[in-house]
Design a protein around this ligand. Sequence first.
Ligand SMILES: [Zn+2]
Length: 406
Amino acid sequence: MARKTVKQRNKELAKDGVQLHHYGFKMRAIATPEQLEKMYQFAGCARFAYNFYLNEKQEVYRKTGETLKYGEFKKAFNGLKDHPEFLWLKQTDKFVLECGMEQVEDAFDRFFKGQNKYPKFKSKHNSKQSFSTKSTNGNIKLDVENNQVKLPKIGWVKVKFSKKQRKLYQENGFNAQIKGATVSIHSSGQVHISMKLEEVIPMKQETDWSSISDDQIIGCDLGLTHFLIDSNGNKIDNPRYLKNDLYKLAKLQRQLKNKIKGSSNYKKLQKKIAKLHLKISNTRKDFLHQQSRKLVNENQVIVLEDLNVRGLIKNKKLARSISDVSWSMFVAFVSYKANWDGKKVVLIDRFFASSKQCNSCKSKNTLLSLSNRIWVCPNCGTEHDRDENSAKNIKEEGIRILQNLP
Ligand SMILES: [Zn+2]
């Protein structure tokens, strides 16, 4: 019997006025040395399954021009596990291996949709090692009261729940069903467990977006001088504290060059660098979470540029700042938060001439260069802040798209 897709299940649930809601629950874990060792082993198994399948897929394609189907490969792979040479794969639960192979499928899906680069092999030297597993017969458990999480073949692992997670649990009593878990081990030694949860919630009302009033729509220009400028003229600065950490990081990396590779000092420094990397990535994420939450709370419709960041990064000078402010991550955060709250994100074409068009008279100022922060429209004489004018144009383009929605 084929399992029902989320779409099919939602269709059935709609009769009762409810729908499925998927979300994650991520916690810092405090694993014992034995647990950590197992986690590394499981990550190794997942990596093996991933690499093995990716290699097979490539080989089959190279030899026959055909695509190796996941179902076929899975059968063959299960047979492989009984081979004496591969018995070690049995130390983990079978879902870890399945999830590893499914990641290859996902990676190819995203690649063909143009969202990702061609799937790469995983190395045990990657700064993050991870594995995922699926829930069956209560093999994964979440115990908020006793600060622990149960994982198959690993047992109860101590975790730290956030205040927010506790609140959610207290208010909700936790009606969610656990669908799976992912364990990530960072090279700094930090372990995170993230649970995939599914909950049945009241159906979200469909909104008629085309009739929404103007003041509930906001346009945002993501920039370099400021992180964000909206169509109301509000400006959010880039987080300065990141700069200090990035400076520190560069210094440590220079120091690393002078150490003997493999020496204890080298390793110590390496760990320090990995820790700082993690700190930078966390502070950046916090900033993006805060800003995206605020934007979604305060508006019904959010219009953003569909940024092709990869295209922009080719310009070396801009690269650092762009990756620092992580626009693409921000767009992703805003999108999923809006989706969660039943709000709307409109992404507009990045080739839309948002900065050069005068928002007052709609004429185009082709002489405008990237360095002109303030400019006066040669046609109507309006003085513009470049980014604010962009944000206004982005908002208008968003309204135009909303009104033409099917
Ligand atoms: Zn004008």
